[in-house]
Design a protein around this ligand. Structure first.
Ligand SMILES: [Zn+2]
Length: 168
């Protein structure tokens, strides 16, 4: 009988140990994964960085911070835009204005980047906007999202407001 208790206890202890270790390993990995996820996030590609050239420093900093905290990876589609390209977009109806903030480096377009390509599903853009808004608030930079506009919703578009950042 004593032998039975001994083995039962040994088995129980073994199970606790095993489950405990497995639980710890799982928890540990998860924590490490979360830590990596929070600490590193995504990175701006060299193409994205190139497309940010000429963009206002404050907006650049917001994008740089947003890529670290976003749930959805993104690529920079466009930063500074030439007047002739703006004219093309305006005439094709892709842009509603000739007075775009892209012309002066006060706007960027971000595309959701999923499994190696740009996706246009709105839910992805809400997540990118969350990251951009959080980054902006952390840095104390005011920002406008085209997705919040009522008449011409523009999910990829972020800009510095005219009021605080008049074009020089
Ligand atoms: Zn835009």
């Amino acid at each position: 009988m004593a032998g039975f208790f001994f083995w039962a206890f040994a088995l129980l202890r073994h199970s606790f140990l095993t489950f405990g270790l497995v639980g710890f390993a799982r928890g540990g990995c998860r924590r490490a994964f979360l830590f990596l996820g929070v600490g590193m996030g995504f990175r701006l590609s060299s193409r994205s960085l190139a497309r940010l050239s000429g963009v206002h420093d404050d907006l650049f900093s917001v994008v740089e911070r947003a890529i670290q905290i976003t749930d959805v990876d993104f690529t920079v589609l466009e930063g500074v835009r030439s007047k002739s390209r703006q004219k093309e977009l305006f005439e094709s109806g892709a842009s509603s204005t000739m007075n775009s903030r892209h012309l002066t480096g006060h706007a960027v377009d971000l595309g959701a980047w999923v499994t190696g390509g740009v996706r246009w599903d709105w839910p992805l853009y809400y997540k990118i906007a969350d990251a951009m808004k959080q980054a902006a608030s952390e840095l104390g930079v005011p920002i406008e999202w085209g997705g919040d506009w009522v008449t011409f919703k523009d999910g990829p578009h972020f800009q510095l407001p005219w009021n605080q950042y008049p074009s020089s």
